[in-house]
Design a protein around this ligand. Structure first.
Ligand code: VG1
Ligand code: CO
Length: 544
């Protein structure tokens, strides 16, 4: 079989963001664009000859084409085996699971997560390393550097592979192995959680639930796990058939984009439990009967109750959360006498802590929760964790969260997103804040006094690497916080994220709506950051 050497030249802007390279499909469709990036990934790696690569994606438009290209390029570059999910499908957590289980050299995930899909939507590609997690910055920067010098790429001159039937296909010296995308992941979940107990809860008829796969990758996983293994009826699942354009939706499991599910959970005859996952299956939203659990609270509740599940019965080594995530988990860590780690936004920063056995649970405010069972955040895992708690505690979601707040206090929390604003305006806002943050200390705003203002910088406790400019934090003397940063996953203009947090220890004052509980901080954030002025927006596009 021939290997073709194709001459090419660099594209600017192939720098991976918070989670891989995300661009409009039309950008990826330019001749050589995808190939350049894949070759840049391979060029930045060493020692993969004869080794195994895992490939799969969330099934969005362009997934199938990209898988075929990557397979032919992997052959040409000398990988020994490529494991690919049937139909080119694998959720992000499943890629992580399979890399680890089969001790692969690494993996390529094709996804732009919850960003809209279809010919006019977004596409994305991300490299994961041998621990199953997203490549750390040192590798993503090396990939970017290669992409800026690339002169040629290698691709095998062969036909498309058959991806719809599990089995092995030999081409030259490489084997392409098509696997069932669900079974290895489902087996891992069964090992971590008490499926018998969850099944009894569901079979009892006293408990009802609804899971929304949002026409994205978790559909087949939810059918196998929730329906086939745990006995939920088909009416417990919504939008379980994946579509190339995600049904025209925006599979971001939050109060705005998962509106249909939220309406069910807050409607008459609402079920006891509701959950949704995102485009590539790594995010989760947890709802109860007329109640919403913020991701930050969810992390704290899971940590406080982890001992009730088989997988975490022995306790937690530590908890890690991204900097903007609320400090609810910090109180649990304190109570348990374990370490709490605060990292920059993006799952890649958890990898070293998990590998070193320092953290067991990790979470981000952006509907991401996970653990050391793999190296990505994991949507269905969080759903199963909650189901396991509900099956053991036999209490409602609302009762569990109220008891949690009563014991630990409540961290009122919200994120305001200003999506697709002018990149110049948002950049200027951040620049101005970065310069002034340090001088805010001691300033008073109503009842609040600034204790610290800075641009968050992180030194990895394992490898000592430093990541700077990870978000402006304004911390008040009572621990309340305002955080601002720019998104690293968007594909249009800039997205400004404003994170707000206030602690309330008094159980009598814990039942406000989050926006009311944070009203003062919302005003102070506007006063300090002049968001309306710089974004030219009167209000956020999304509030979660
Ligand atoms: C967002 C979230 C971040 C998450 C990242 C990838 O990044 O804020 O917490 O890790 O998306 O998640 P940013 O830079 O846009 O704020 V996913 O499910 O989109 O892969
Ligand atoms: Co995602």
């Amino acid at each position: 079989m021939n290997t073709l050497e194709i001459k090419t030249s660099p594209f600017s802007g192939q720098r991976p963001g918070t989670s891989g390279l995300r661009k409009k499909v039309s950008v990826f469709q330019q001749a050589n664009y995808l190939e350049n990036f894949v070759q840049s990934i391979f060029d930045s790696l060493e020692g993969y000859q004869g080794k195994t690569l895992v490939v799969g994606g969330d099934g969005r438009y362009y997934n199938r084409h990209a898988v075929q290209v990557i397979l032919r390029m992997a052959i040409a570059s000398g990988f020994g085996r490529v494991i690919v999910g049937r139909g080119g499908l694998l959720s992000t957590p499943a890629v992580s699971c399979i890399i680890r289980k089969f001790k692969a050299f690494g993996g390529i995930v094709l996804s732009a997560s919850h960003n809209p899909a279809g010919a006019d939507g977004d596409f994305g590609i991300k490299y994961n390393i041998a621990n199953g997690g997203p490549a750390p910055e040192i590798i993503t920067e090396a990939i970017y550097a290669k992409s800026q010098q690339i002169k040629q790429y290698l691709i095998a001159d062969c036909r498309d592979f058959e991806l719809d039937t599990p089995g092995e296909q030999q081409t030259g010296t490489m084997v392409v192995e098509v696997i069932d995308p669900v079974s290895d992941y489902a087996e891992l979940m069964q090992h971590l959680f008490d499926f018998d107990r969850i099944k009894s809860l569901i079979d009892s008829g006293l408990f009802t639930m609804r899971f929304d796969a949002m026409h994205a990758i978790t559909g087949p996983y939810a059918v196998e796990i929730l329906e086939h293994r745990l006995g939920a009826g088909p009416d417990a699942l919504m939008n379980a058939i994946p579509k190339e354009d995600f049904g025209g939706g925006h599979p971001d499991p939050n109060l705005v984009y998962a509106r249909d599910l939220v309406d069910v959970l807050f409607g008459s005859q609402a079920p006891d439990f509701g959950a949704a996952s995102d485009g590539d299956g790594d995010r989760n939203m947890i709802l109860g009967h007329h109640c919403f659990i913020t991701p930050s609270d969810s992390l704290a509740v899971l940590a406080a109750n982890a001992h009730l599940t088989p997988g975490y019965r022995r306790g937690l080594a530590g908890i890690a959360r991204s900097m903007p995530t609320s400090q609810a988990a910090d109180r649990v860590a304190d109570h348990l006498g374990i370490e709490l780690y605060e990292t920059p936004t993006g799952w890649k920063f958890f990898g070293n802590l998990l590998d070193a056995g320092k953290a067991t649970l990790c979470g981000e405010e952006s509907f991401g929760t996970g653990s050391d069972h793999l190296r990505e955040k994991d949507g269905l895992w969080a759903v199963l964790f909650w189901l396991n708690l509900l099956a053991v505690r036999k209490e409602s979601v609302q009762t569990i969260i109220n008891a949690h707040w009563h014991h630990f206090g409540r961290n009122y929390y919200s994120r305001h997103d200003y999506e697709s604003v002018s990149a110049d305006g948002a950049g200027e806002l951040m620049e101005v804040l970065r310069k002034s943050a340090g001088s805010l200390k001691g300033k008073r705003y109503g009842e609040y006094e600034v204790a610290l203002g800075d641009d968050f910088s992180y030194t990895d406790p394992i490898d000592g690497s430093i990541s700077e400019r990870q978000g402006i934090r304004i911390v008040f003397t009572d621990g309340s916080r305002i955080v601002l940063r720019l998104s690293g996953t968007g594909t249009e203009g800039a997205t400004l994220r404003l994170y707000l947090e206030r602690y309330e220890s008094n159980p009598q004052r814990q039942s406000l709506d989050a926006q009311d509980g944070l009203a003062d901080l919302i005003r102070i954030a506007e006063e300090i950051a002049q968001i309306r002025h710089y974004t030219k927006r009167k209000a956020p596009t999304v509030i979660t």
